[in-house]
Design a protein around this ligand. Structure first.
Ligand code: ADP
Length: 595
């Protein structure tokens, strides 16, 4: 009895040391050796061996007790099923320990066991060389993490209740050590995935898809163990006819049929609303829902790859390409964290590819628009130029006919219409000329003077239309730098519009003034007014208002477009305030000459 008490005191002390160590150590191997040694030295077992579950294999990680045994079995790999499946099913349950008496072991298994060199005793409580005592090691959430096996119990006797309980406590510590290590590894992995995903996010903004895919493959290869990573982006056949690929360490070299098969699979998955990674395995003949599997198989077998993970590159349910990670048989299956990281990588690359293509579309459309605009300008310039010459001739000859007294009414009709055509053509020419202009001839101009000239020209037209015209003049001139040919056109256009679109009985008031460093011309009328909808397009070329009353008055819809362009070339602008049915106020602003 005294002998057991001594063992217990040693055992409890070792257990205390082991517990402290397990909770403070960051080195799993060291902690496991400490536990195995504790079981041997503290509890008196001849051998204690702790193995760790890697995939479906148990790998011997720490052996305590006998150096020879350690050298023999350390690092040994055993299929987990062999130890934890069959043997446990025939074992007695001693709490969390499993005991397989020698007479229950299937004979074919005896050969693969390590058997201690001890005598077989007649005593029924004596330890038999073929007896086996194990304990599966679980995490706190019940996940199997490894196994502890002991042999040569103290006194070569089958352990009693007290000894079993102490052994159980060491077993629990070994489970905790494995769990801590697993948590640390998981955290470390997650940090690596996070870093890889960050690298992928930093690729956005690129204009080249293929180098970005290669960098992405490299970043993932560094973060997630794999024998091969291949990335492919399918052509969209609208913006992009290229088949982009990247691969590490080998270039992605799937043939056309395989690529088409994978694409079909992913598109089919997307149609069912689930665009997620699929894992597959040659060994287990497990290909998820991949019809392309048979096409992939040959290449996998050739390279010795056994299992893989196929993840879509896509945005929402649109498939743009795929990521494929392949592993060799000895490597573990892809776990959920890895699947999640690859899934996110696929989405990140999906956004990248979509953005590159959107930018390409944008640039193409912009170039097309520019080309259209250039063509439009050229067309207007050519046509108006071609019209101008015969028109001038018609007008000249009409004047001659009029002077000669030929049929005055039809001659004047010809004259009116020719003049109207002439205005249109002049406007078109002005428009195309001003569109192509980048610079102006600048000279000091007085805005008051421009208003005066403009109203002078309009006086007769206003009188015959029954519109009163008034100029509000400031004390002195309002001097701006302007183009003596172009700037008057703006003032003329605003004033003539005001007269044109104001019915009989209305009034037009024009004022020029200097304010806040700007010269202003304000043209206010009590005319038709412009609806808010029409105001939106007022300054666009060829825009005429939707007001039927305004449409009865001849016009080209070019005057304001020309005027605004000229104002902007002068560093100024034109603003409008108007109320439909009440009247309008147009304001031209041009920087004053600095005094
Ligand atoms: P046009 O007068 O030759 O049609 P503009 O570019 O000068 O071309 O004017 C565009 C349109 O804006 C006109 O067709 C007219 O409907 C409207 N508009 C311009 N000025 C006025 C105004 N003072 N009052 C009412 N409508 C106006």
């Amino acid at each position: 009895m005294a002998r057991f008490d001594t063992f217990n005191a040693d055992g409890v002390r070792r257990l205390y040391e082991v517990t402290t160590r397990v909770n403070s150590s960051t080195d799993l191997a060291e902690a496991l050796v400490e536990i195995a040694d504790g079981v041997c030295e503290g509890l008196g077992y001849g051998v204690a061996a702790i193995s760790r579950l890697e995939g479906d294999t148990l790998v011997m990680a720490a052996v305590g007790g006998d150096d020879e045994v350690r050298d023999e079995i350390l690092g040994r790999r055993t299929p987990a099923e062999q130890v934890l499946g069959r043997e446990f099913s025939i074992a007695d349950h001693w709490g969390i320990l499993r005991f397989v008496p020698h007479d229950r072991l299937p004979p074919e298994q005896i050969s693969s066991l390590w058997v201690p060199d001890i005598e077989v005793s007649e005593d029924p409580d004596a330890w038999h060389p073929l007896d086996a005592l194990y304990a599966p090691l679980y995490s706190s959430t019940g996940k199997l993490l490894g196994n502890m096996a002991v042999d040569l119990p103290p006194g070569n006797m089958i352990p009693n209740q007290q000894q079993r309980e102490l052994l159980e406590m060491f077993v629990v510590q070994a489970g905790v050590a494995l769990e801590n290590a697993q948590r640390r590894e998981q955290l470390g992995r997650q940090v690596r995935y996070g870093e890889a995903l960050k690298k992928l996010a930093l690729l956005s903004g690129t204009l080249e898809i293929e180098p970005a895919l290669q960098e992405a493959a490299q970043a993932l290869f560094e973060a997630i163990p794999a024998a091969q990573i291949s990335v492919r982006c399918f052509p969209d056949n609208v913006e992009d006819h290229e088949n982009y690929t990247a691969g590490i360490p080998l270039p992605a070299s799937a043939n056309d049929d395989t690529v088409a098969g994978i694409r079909q699979d992913l598109v089919r998955h997307a149609a069912k609303g689930r665009l997620q990674p699929v894992s597959f395995s040659v060994r287990d003949n497990e290909f998820g829902d991949l019809e392309s599997a048979s096409l992939m198989q040959a290449r996998m077998v050739k390279h010795g790859w056994n299992h893989g993970l196929l993840a879509p590159i896509g945005v929402e349910l649109e498939v743009l390409g795929y990521l494929m990670l392949l592993r060799e048989p000895a490597e573990a299956d892809f776990d959920q964290d890895e699947v999640d990281a690859i899934h996110e990588a696929g989405r990140e690359l999906g956004r990248l590819v979509r953005d590159v293509r959107l930018r390409r579309t944008e640039r193409r459309l912009l170039a097309e628009l520019r080309e259209l605009d250039r063509y439009k300008g050229e067309l207007i310039a050519t046509i108006s130029h071609e019209l101008k010459t015969p028109l001038t001739s018609i007008i000249g000859h009409t004047e001659m006919l009029e002077e000669a007294g030929v049929q005055p009414s039809s001659v004047s009709a010809i004259g009116r219409n020719a003049a109207r055509l002439d205005r249109l053509v002049t406007n078109l020419l002005n428009y195309s000329r001003i569109q192509g202009r980048r610079e102006l001839q600048q000279a000091p101009l007085d805005l008051v003077e421009l208003c005066r000239t403009s109203l002078e020209m309009l006086r007769i037209q206003a009188q015959s239309g029954g519109v009163s015209l008034e100029l509000v003049e400031p004390e002195g001139p309002v001097m701006v730098m302007g183009d003596a040919e172009e700037l008057p056109r703006v003032v003329d256009n605003l004033c003539s519009n005001a007269v044109k679109y104001t019915p009989r009985g209305g009034r037009v008031e024009v004022s020029a003034l200097a304010r806040d460093g700007l010269g202003e011309v304000l043209v206010r009328d009590s005319g038709l007014g412009i609806s808010p909808q029409d105001q939106v397009h007022l300054f666009s070329a060829f825009h005429r208002s939707t007001n039927p009353e305004a449409l009865t008055i001849p016009g080209t819809g070019l005057g304001l477009a020309i005027s605004r362009t000229i104002a902007e070339l002068h560093g100024g602008d034109i603003k409008v305030e108007s109320e439909f049915g009440t009247g309008s106020a147009f304001t031209l602003r041009i920087p004053l000459i600095e005094s």
